[in-house]
Design a protein around this ligand. Structure first.
Ligand SMILES: [Zn+2]
Length: 560
């Protein structure tokens, strides 16, 4: 045990924390007695504009303040609603036609709230509508140095006060280049998971009793209603860290054991917009380039959610983004801003308005249209009509294989004629994690695996122009080191299947034949399938067999 200097800041802090806790407990007790919600104004949001509804003098005299105004309802923070002076102010509000909602707070809470008058009265330029979480330098220094691998977070989490917990979670996610942070309450613990390179990783666990404070803090920052816990809420806040800012989109969802939280790190979800950085083989890259340089036609990207479709679309658009090309995108929602391109957010949820807005956008006469997703007959018709009238159209459609897009569009009542004349290229893709080059481990694959891989590659046509390896001497697997935070993988790579709609494929489309025959024909014409591309990446040592099987399924079960 270490001795604490009685004059130390740490001790002073602990003492005032204790005193504060006692005060808050009393407020909680009163709230319970009166059956009113309790709130802590040190962490709860106060709207500066609404605070000014009641002037400071009156607020102090009446022992209350206005936290928020929602229509004709005032959210009031009060120490005791039965206090005569408080009642006087309430009566005044009611006479003005306001309905009052009470939240019980402590004296410290009120003092804190009143201090915000000063802030509210000073005009602020460009004040963000959401909160800013400033990660203190001493916290970040302390945490940063101790975080080398994912496992370190679990060790560190036990040594932190509640207030440092959020800093740790955020710094960890930034350092490990996570795209999302998940906080999931379970029966007796809270689980933290990060999404890194598309995969959720268990990061740490912490006790349930800390969670309440953390949730309140995050909800406050994201401008959500704290004491409502049974509906989902969305919000956003900014974290400041080492002079950098990271925007977080937050979603809170009620679950069995409390509210679960997902935070998406918007500035971290880096997007590479160069076609040649997507991991497309040079041979396939040439195909894409020649297709997107054509004067008209439709290019579709298929794949499940999270397979990198949007990135590919953006990269294609970026490639043809030259002066003289008018490009309009229609997205739900706009995820990344692109320079020199008109991006239109349209919500699919609004039904009717979607098709209507889409039609009016098409009248803006762009040369290139990117439609976020073809999901119904109406959007399919607009996209195809546009492609048939001398424009380039990019879109995504939800199917597994490239060939699957064709029957899918037939299902949307698109005629074989229109489809055959409008479709240029279908790209199916998946993302696989790349092995960490610093720690990947060589091993000799079993004869069965080698056999299965060879079988998959055997159907690659010579027309593909690819060199197929004859021997598979060794493969690589994931290990884990400091550079990859102990995960064994670092970054991701796209695997692709490109179905070029040439004359042969057009003929098949016109006969409205099943997708496997299209697939078969396309392979004979030189198409490499997703699984073939993936297996080649395993042989090249860029990814592992485990990773490929996670994405495309067992290679022993693959037919071709
Ligand atoms: Zn490594």
């Amino acid at each position: 045990m270490t001795l604490i200097d009685p004059t130390s800041k740490q001790l002073q802090d602990t003492l005032s924390e204790l005193k504060h806790k006692e005060e808050e407990d009393q407020a909680k007790e009163l709230a319970e007695k009166l059956e009113l919600p309790y709130i802590n104004l040190v962490i709860a949001p106060i709207s500066p504009n609404d605070l000014l509804i009641l002037d400071k003098e009156k607020a102090q005299k009446g022992n209350l303040l206005v936290m928020k105004k929602v229509g004709k309802i005032l959210h009031l923070a009060v120490k005791d609603p039965n206090n005569p002076q408080t009642q006087e102010v309430i009566k005044e509000f009611q006479e003005q036609g306001f309905e009052c909602k009470f939240f019980i707070v402590s004296s410290t809470s009120l003092e804190n709230g009143w201090a915000k008058y000063k802030l509210a009265l000073t005009p602020q330029k460009d004040a963000p509508i959401w909160g800013v979480f400033d990660i203190k330098k001493e916290d970040s220094d302390k945490i940063k140095d101790s975080l080398k691998t994912v496992q370190d977070i679990q060790k560190e989490i036990k040594n932190l006060s509640t207030s440092q917990l959020l800093s740790l979670i955020l710094i960890g996610s930034i350092k490990m280049e996570a795209s999302d942070v998940h906080l999931e309450p379970e029966k007796d613990k809270i689980r933290i998971r990060y999404r890194i390179d598309g995969l959720l990783q268990d990061i740490a666990e912490f006790p349930v009793k800390e969670y309440h404070f953390l949730v309140s803090r995050i909800k406050t920052l994201s401008d959500m209603i704290i004491n409502i816990t049974d509906i989902s809420q969305d919000g956003r806040f900014t974290a400041k860290f080492n002079g950098k800012t990271v925007d977080l989109r937050v979603s809170v969802l009620p679950s069995n054991y409390g509210e679960s939280i997902v935070m998406r790190l918007l500035s971290i979800s880096t997007i590479k917009l160069n076609l040649d950085e997507l991991g497309i083989r040079p041979e396939l890259f040439e195909t894409i380039k020649s297709q997107i340089n054509r004067p008209n036609g439709m290019i579709l990207v298929t794949g499940p959610t999270g397979s990198g479709k949007t990135t590919t679309l953006y990269s294609c658009i970026n490639y043809i983004n030259k002066p003289g090309n008018k490009i309009i995108t229609v997205e739900d929602p706009v995820e990344y801003r692109l320079k020199g391109i008109t991006q239109t957010p349209i919500s699919h949820r609004k039904g009717q308005t979607f098709a209507k807005s889409l039609k009016s956008i098409v009248r803006q006469d762009p040369d290139v249209l990117m439609l976020g997703e073809i999901r119904d007959q109406e959007s399919a018709e607009i996209a195809i009509e546009f492609a048939l009238t001398g424009h380039i159209v990019f879109s995504t459609i939800h199917t597994n294989e490239a060939a699957g897009a064709i029957p899918r569009l037939f299902g949307m009542k698109i005629s074989p004629d229109s489809l055959a004349s409008s479709l240029n290229l279908i790209i199916a893709q998946r993302l696989v994690r790349k092995l960490c080059p610093d720690c990947k481990e060589k091993y000799k694959a079993s004869p069965e695996i080698v056999e299965a891989m060879k079988k998959i590659l055997s159907s690659i046509s010579r027309k593909s122009g690819l060199k197929i390896p004859e021997k598979i001497p060794q493969l690589y697997k994931a290990k884990g080191c400091e550079k990859c935070h102990g995960l064994g993988y670092k970054g991701r790579l796209g695997v692709f299947e490109l179905l070029t709609v040439d004359d042969e494929i057009k003929k098949i489309i016109l006969t409205k034949i099943a997708s496997f025959e299209i697939q078969d024909k396309a392979q004979k014409q030189g198409m490499i399938t997703l699984i073939q591309d993936a297996v080649l990446r395993v042989i090249e040592g860029i990814t592992s067999l485990d990773e490929v099987e996670r994405i495309v399924g067992s290679i022993k079960l693959a037919e071709k």
